[in-house]
Design a protein around this ligand. Structure first.
Ligand code: PXL
Length: 272
């Protein structure tokens, strides 16, 4: 039986990210996803303007019915939450709906390239820094590490800087720390910190940036990890898949990466 997990993130109607990425990928990688949509946006916030319907009141309502129905999940994947109040609700969900041994995976999803996404501030960052103490695995990028720890953001850095980022992050995270999108020595990959040891997984650094690749990474990583792959194997597969998506995307930076063709190709090769 496929593992049933709960993913909590927004539904952006245009621009592939969050739920529109997580749902197809979790399914394709063999995980059943229940959803808690945090907000409905006309499009994600990298476009010029956007509408935002906060679903917090409805989540409280949904929560009651889930309690009545006794639902339990074998894992949680949290991405873009949008509102500080949702962090408390997320914690209640962990307390109420965790099956035994459920894993909590949190992608802080509030910034990139040294900047916060639109609509976020220091208070949101502080609330996320508090929430990640509950995670078994966190998946911040370097921007998010810097905002959460106060480390100065750098475009170029070396291994010593990454090690410093990890030791700063350790003050707030009690589980595994995976810093994503680490660029070192002409490659891109992850720094994985667990039980006093750091290991690196690297792949090819492609000369193109696309929006939403962090969400693709988080979904594939989560499915692989919950299905029994090691942390390093899960990062390697998620990184390989992201790179493949970037290779298959010819335009449309803000529309996200073309994962559909990559999934379709994989499906085709299974059929033959
Ligand atoms: O991919 C991260 C993300 C998710 N959801 C929304 C966003 C962004 C990044 O900008 O705006 C609504």
């Amino acid at each position: 039986m496929a593992k049933r997990i709960l993913t909590m993130q927004d539904l952006s109607c245009v621009g592939q990210c969050s739920l529109t990425v997580a749902l197809p990928l979790l399914s394709a990688y063999g995980v059943e996803a229940a959803v808690l949509p945090t907000a409905v946006l006309s499009n994600h916030t990298m476009f010029k303007s956007w509408s935002y319907l906060d679903l917090t009141p409805e989540i409280k309502h949904i929560y009651q019915f889930w309690q009545e129905n006794g639902f339990k999940f074998e894992g949680f994947l949290l991405g873009y939450l949008g509102k500080k109040e949702l962090m408390d609700l997320a914690e209640s969900c962990f307390d109420e709906f965790s099956a035994e041994g459920a894993k909590i995976i949190i992608d802080p999803a509030f910034g990139d390239n040294g900047k916060l996404y639109g609509g976020f501030d220091g208070e949101y960052v502080a609330a996320m820094r508090n929430l990640i103490r509950r995670a078994d695995v966190i998946l911040p990028n370097m921007t998010e590490v810097c905002f959460m720890t106060g480390l100065e953001y750098r475009e170029k850095y070396d291994r010593a800087y990454v090690e410093r980022a990890i030791s700063e992050m350790k003050k707030y995270a009690h589980g595994t720390i995976i810093i994503t999108g680490v660029e070192l020595e002409g490659k891109i990959g992850e720094a994985i910190y667990k039980d006093g040891k750091t290991e690196y997984v690297f792949g090819e650094l492609l000369p193109k940036r696309l929006h939403g690749t962090g969400d693709i990474f988080a979904a594939v990583f989560t499915a692989e990890y919950l299905n029994g792959a090691s942390l390093a194997e899960s990062c390697a597969e998620a990184g390989r898949f992201v790179a493949e998506c970037i290779r298959h995307t010819s335009d449309g930076h803000f529309y996200g990466a073309n994962f559909e063709d990559v999934l379709n190709k994989a499906q085709g090769s299974r059929k033959n």
